[in-house]
Design a protein. Structure first.
Length: 104
């Protein structure tokens, strides 16, 4: 006897025993009507890095990694600005040089 359970999270949506539907929750029908997400391949484009033609997603990923680039969409958490330590007296030195050049 083979029993198959279909879950969404911790909720049981349906139970099959020996291929026959034994239990079906009201929410199961909503999930059953959904289809799989199928992403088409990208259209070929010319690279802004070196001018080569990129014709597939896999080639796009290879091209980015080969040139040390990243694709930035809405995932920008790794682009946080880092605090830069300014050496002591740098502002004064820059100001003094600027004043000397401008003859103030």
């Amino acid at each position: 006897m083979r029993t198959r359970y279909i879950y969404r999270g911790a909720e049981v949506l349906a139970v099959y025993k020996d291929g026959e539907l034994v239990y079906r929750s009201p929410q199961f029908e909503q999930n059953e009507n959904r289809s799989a997400l199928i992403m088409r391949d990208i259209q070929p484009y010319r690279s802004m890095i070196d001018g080569s033609v990129i014709s597939s997603r896999s080639r796009h990923r290879e091209h980015l990694s080969a040139h040390g680039c990243i694709e930035v969409g809405d995932q920008t958490h790794y682009l946080k600005q880092r605090k830069v330590e300014v050496p002591k007296g740098l502002k004064e030195t820059v100001a003094r040089i600027a004043y000397e050049k401008l003859r103030y």
